[in-house]
Design a protein around this ligand. Structure first.
Ligand SMILES: Nc1ncnc2c1ncn2[C@@H]1O[C@H](COP(=O)(O)OP(=O)(O)OP(=O)(O)O)[C@@H](O)[C@H]1O
Ligand code: SF4
Ligand SMILES: [Mg+2]
Length: 332
C-alpha cells in the first residue's frame, strides 16, 4: 500500500446529461482516489463514462447539457468544483494535463504548432510571470525534442494539417508534458492511429512518465497496456466503479463478474459490446437498471441485486469490489 500524499480524490460524483426525452444518468456516485506518483488505469467498455469522469475533473464538461447534481473532486486537498478562475487556471496548467484520444480534434487547425505550444507554455507559467518570446521558443523546442520529433524549428512553423497523425499525437503529448503537470490524464492516446504508431506513442509516453515520475491516469482499451503500465486499476461499468485493485491482483484474481468477463474473454474491448462472454450491452442511461446496473447481464444475479445498489466491499487492503457476492467482507 502506498503512503504518498493523496493527489486526487473523487467522492460520490454524479454526472447527468439533459437530452431530448429526459436525463441520461451517466455517472452514478463514483468514488476514486490516487496518490502522488501513482499510475492508475481506468478500464470499461465504450460508453461507460470514462471520458465524462475525466472532463468533470478538469471542469471541461459542456454545461449544459451536462449537470453535476452531486459530488466532490479534491486535487491536492482542494475542491476543484469550488475553485475560482485563477486557481482553476493553475490546476489546468501545472496541475493536470490531458491527452485526448483524437489528436486532430485536440489541435486548432488555424494556429501553427508554435503558436499553440507557446500559448500552453505561457498559460502554465507561474502566476503573473510573463515569459520572454525567446524563453517560450526555447521551451517549445525542448518540448518537441522530448517527444522525439525531428526538426522542431520547422515543426513550430507548421500547421496541424501538415503533420501526420503520429506526429500530431506526439505534439499533443509534448504539449501536455510541457507544463510539467503533477497529473497526466491520457484518455486512449493514439487509438485513432494505426496499431504500430499507437504502440510507439504508448511506449514514448511510458518512458517520459517514468523519467519525470508524473502521476498518471491511463484510459485504454488494451488490457495488456494496463497490465504493463499501471500500479492500480479501476474497472467501470455503466457509470459505476465496480472493482479496484493493485494491477497484478486484478489480473490474477478478478472478483466482479464484469471484470471476470473482461479479463477472461478479450484482449481489447473495442466496438459496441465488449465480449462474447458477457452477452448484452451497456444499459440505456435514460432508464438505467435498478439496483446493480450490471444485473441484466450478470450470470450470478440474485433478488437483492435488482433491489439495491451494491456498496463497495473490501476484500483485502488493496482490493475492493461492489458486488453482493462479497457481502461477508468488510463494507468500505
Ligand atoms: N455531450 C453529451 N451529451 C449527451 N450525452 C453524452 C455527452 N457526452 C457523453 N454522453 C454520453 O455519456 C455516456 C458516457 O460517455 P463517455 O464518452 O464518457 O464514455 P467513455 O467511457 O469515455 O466511452 P469510450 O470508451 O467510447 O470513449 C455515453 O452514453 C455518451 O453517449
Ligand atoms: S451485485 Fe449481483 S448482479 Fe451485480 S455483479 Fe454482483 S451478483 Fe451480479
Ligand atoms: Mg472516452
Amino acid at each position: 500500500m502506498s503512503f504518498a500524499p493523496l493527489l486526487l480524490e473523487i467522492k460520490n460524483l454524479h454526472v447527468h446529461y439533459a437530452v431530448y426525452g429526459g436525463r441520461l444518468k451517466v455517472l452514478d456516485g463514483v468514488d476514486f482516489h490516487m496518490r502522488t506518483g501513482e499510475k492508475v488505469g481506468l478500464v470499461g467498455e465504450t460508453g461507460c463514462g470514462k471520458t465524462t469522469m475525466m472532463k468533470a475533473i478538469l471542469r471541461v464538461l459542456p454545461m449544459p447539457p451536462a449537470q453535476i447534481p452531486q459530488g466532490e473532486i479534491y486535487f491536492n486537498g482542494r475542491d476543484i468544483r469550488k475553485m475560482s478562475g485563477n486557481d482553476l487556471q493553475r490546476v489546468r496548467g501545472r496541475g493536470i494535463s490531458m491527452i485526448f484520444q483524437d489528436p486532430t480534434a485536440a489541435l486548432n487547425p488555424v494556429f501553427s504548432v508554435g503558436e499553440q505550444l507557446g500559448a500552453v507554455i505561457q498559460y502554465s507559467a507561474e502566476r503573473g510571470k510573463a515569459l520572454s518570446h525567446q524563453e517560450i521558443h526555447q521551451r517549445a523546442i525542448a518540448a518537441l525534442q522530448e517527444v522525439a520529433l525531428a526538426d522542431p524549428e520547422r515543426l513550430l512553423r507548421s500547421y496541424p494539417s501538415q503533420l501526420s497523425g503520429g506526429m500530431r499525437q506526439r505534439v499533443c503529448i509534448g504539449m501536455a508534458l510541457a507544463t510539467h503537470p503533477q497529473l497526466l490524464i491520457a484518455d486512449e492516446p493514439g487509438t485513432s492511429l494505426d496499431v504500430t504508431i499507437q504502440d510507439q506513442v504508448l511506449r514514448l509516453l511510458r518512458t517520459l512518465v517514468a523519467e519525470k515520475d508524473t502521476s498518471v491516469i491511463l484510459i485504454t482499451h488494451s488490457l495488456g497496456i494496463v497490465r504493463e503500465m499501471t500500479d492500480r486499476v479501476y474497472v467501470m461499468y455503466a457509470g459505476d466503479i465496480v472493482e479496484v485493485a493493485v494491477t497484478p491482483n486484478l489480473f490474477a484474481n478478478p472478483l466482479h463478474p464484469y471484470t471476470q468477463g473482461l479479463i477472461s474473454t478479450v484482449p481489447r474491448l473495442t466496438g459496441g459490446g465488449i465480449a462474447s462472454g458477457i452477452p448484452g450491452r451497456i444499459p440505456n442511461y435514460l432508464t438505467p437498471p435498478t439496483g446493480c446496473r450490471f444485473h441484466p447481464r450478470c450470470p450470478h444475479v440474485m433478488d437483492i441485486c435488482r433491489a439495491e445498489k451494491p456498496p463497495a466491499y473490501r476484500v483485502d487492503d488493496d482490493h475492493e469490489v461492489a458486488c453482493f457476492l462479497y457481502r461477508t467482507e468488510n463494507r468500505v
